[in-house]
Design a protein around this ligand. Structure first.
Ligand SMILES: [Zn+2]
Length: 101
């Protein structure tokens, strides 16, 4: 059906726009002041959940899942143990583990 396929196309366009916005927001956060960086992260996460678009991998370790603060080197502590990176958020104390590539 013509209607269905155009609807699907619109949906995927929406998603790719959402993804671009997320990437843009994280790039902004990188060079922004801490206060603004957090806002950019919050906006990006909102877009991510609203459009069901995942935050791209390269950015997913840059923020705290719990308090949404942008984890600049100054605001986080990173430990590496046996090929596992442990990243602590200095704001709320939450931490995440992920494997070293
Ligand atoms: Zn946190």
């Amino acid at each position: 059906m013509g209607k269905t396929s155009s609807f699907n196309k619109q949906k995927s366009d929406e998603k790719s726009i959402a993804r671009e916005r997320i990437i843009h927001l994280f790039n902004e956060a990188k060079s922004a002041d801490e206060e603004y960086a957090d806002k950019y992260v919050q906006m990006a996460r909102k877009i991510s959940s609203r459009f069901k678009v995942r935050v791209p991998k390269e950015f997913s370790n840059l923020f705290c899942r719990k308090c949404s603060s942008y984890l600049s080197p100054k605001r986080s502590r990173t430990r590496i143990r046996k090929g596992v990176i442990i990243k602590y958020c200095l704001k709320c104390g939450n931490y995440r583990r992920y494997k070293l590539k």
